[in-house]
Design a protein around this ligand. Structure first.
Ligand code: EPU
Length: 437
């Protein structure tokens, strides 16, 4: 267990480099199981999710090496393992369900555990299971997971109820080697999904991304290896941008990509944030005139749900009432209770505030927030509940008066590489306590 003691009030200044995107790299690693050829992925961050996926692949019989931001995967031969074993390795990761398609292709069967992941809503896997069944998988519930069988999946028309990132990746990974054409409508089109599609194309797949969220996949009988450099992490980039604003500092985020951050940059500018976009990255700082705003999280190209938490901390510092309407997860405001203990004024509502109705509106979920600022934040003792909430507490702690104690900070290692060093390089004042449990 890791506990951070953060002393606020120090503007963060300097340069940090962001690495490959957690939510792209992990899926591209799974794609390596679609072939018995060598796959090489560059720009890989040293984060827990990468280690978990590496271990899952090894457990299934593949070879994985990770050195100097490069992962090499060679899945020459694979074998099934019990869901308990995968679950033990995967812990809280949601990646194991994405192994279904590749394993069905390689072994004609797949055992997949129930999923973990950050507790930010129910996070069911019904879209995944329904899509796999439509493609021809026979699925039975077994203790602690699902057993799947199929001689060869076949292409079909699938329409997702909601543009789920994971379910879109599931269909891509399953349909590329299926027999015939799959047409996926209402698909997610996040940059991380485009990165996965780019890799699959390199491997020999036929995939077209058409207008109106339709993805068409023509199955092939065999795929080859890949060499690829993953896109950089737009969540990490935005998180450091928030740290610059909250502390009234100035951070150059090397490798940040404007095209993947458009929706974030618009909101950042609207509340008084400034940025300078250069070839090598983006510099972020806080301007003179700050403003409140109204925002709605959404699927790409909207404002990402994973930007919501650190950005909400900024709204505690801007004058007036801001509204944040979370439309991706029904339960992603739990972290605001601790911010209120730090002095923020955040009130949650079950209504869809901000003008647009979403699927959570009639369901009694506290999914809208009114944040009144500016408020003086002060230190508190907080247990970090999940990855993105964790970073938002760090941002709040850096802006607060006095010391904030953050427990469970090992969760940050799931998604932010070199986190402690980055904080030190930027001049934050903090100590880290490690405890074996
Ligand atoms: N959903 C269903 N049924 C399903 C799948 C999803 O109802 O079968 C619902 C979810 O409960 C949620 C919504 O659909 O309300 C969107 O979920 P999605 O499937 O898009 O999310 P995910 O694939 O599980 C990924 C990222 C998340 C990110 C979301 C949205 C990974 C490993 N995780 O999750 O990232 O918030 O997409 O962009 O790629 C994070 O990095 O901290 C993180 C939580």
């Amino acid at each position: 267990m890791q506990t951070y003691h953060i002393r606020g009030g120090q503007p963060l200044k300097g340069t940090i480099a962001v690495c490959g995107a957690k939510n792209s790299v992990s899926k591209i690693m799974v794609a390596a199981l679609l072939t018995d050829e060598l796959c090489i992925l560059r720009n890989v961050p040293d984060i827990d999710d990468v280690h978990i996926v590496s271990e899952l692949i090894r457990t299934l019989g593949g070879e994985v090496e990770f050195k100097d931001e490069v992962v090499t995967i060679h899945a020459k031969q694979l074998h099934t393992v019990e869901p308990e074993e995968l679950h033990r390795v995967a812990g809280k990761s949601r990646i194991p369900i994405l192994f279904a398609g590749p394993l069905l292709y390689r072994l004609q069967e797949a055992l997949v555990p129930e999923l973990g992941g950050c507790q930010i809503g129910k996070r069911p896997v019904d879209f995944h299971l329904k899509a796999l069944e439509t493609l021809g998988a026979e699925i039975t519930c077994i203790p602690k997971g699902y057993a799947m069988k199929s001689q060869r999946l076949h292409g079909e028309k699938i329409c997702l109820e909601y543009p789920s990132v994971g379910a879109t990746e599931q269909v891509l990974l399953a349909a590329v080697l299926a027999n015939g054409k799959t047409e996926l409508s209402n698909a997610a089109v996040e940059p991380e999904i485009m990165d996965l599609i780019a890799v699959l194309q390199k491997m020999g797949a036929y995939i077209s991304v058409d207008t109106d969220r339709v993805i068409t996949i023509i199955g092939v009988s065999r795929l080859g290896g890949y060499t690829h450099t993953a896109i950089t992490d737009r969540i990490e980039a935005a998180s450091w941008a928030c740290a610059a604003f909250a502390t009234n500092g100035r951070i150059f985020v090397k490798n940040a990509r404007q095209l993947d951050l458009m929706a974030f940059l618009n909101k950042y500018r609207q509340i008084g944030g400034c940025f300078d976009i250069r070839d090598e990255g983006i510099e972020f700082w806080r301007g003179e005139n700050l403003h409140s705003t109204t925002l709605e999280t959404d699927v790409h190209p909207g404002f990402m749900t994973d930007w919501q938490q650190p950005f909400s901390v900024l709204l505690t510092q801007t004058p007036g009432a801001s509204i944040v309407h979370e439309t991706v997860y029904e339960d992603r405001f739990g972290y605001t209770e601790a911010l209120n203990r730090m002095g923020a004024q955040i009130q949650l509502y079950t209504d869809c505030l901000g003008g647009r109705f979403c699927r959570f509106g009639q369901k009694n979920h506290l999914h809208s927030a009114v944040i009144v600022g500016p408020t003086n934040l002060h230190g508190a003792e907080i247990t970090v509940p999940n990855l993105r909430a964790g970073f938002s507490y760090v941002v709040a702690a850096l802006a607060a008066e006095g010391e904030t104690i953050l427990k469970n900070m090992e969760l940050i290692r799931r998604g932010y590489g070199d986190f402690e060093n980055h904080l030190r390089e930027l001049g934050a004042s903090f100590d880290v306590e490690e405890e074996d449990v």
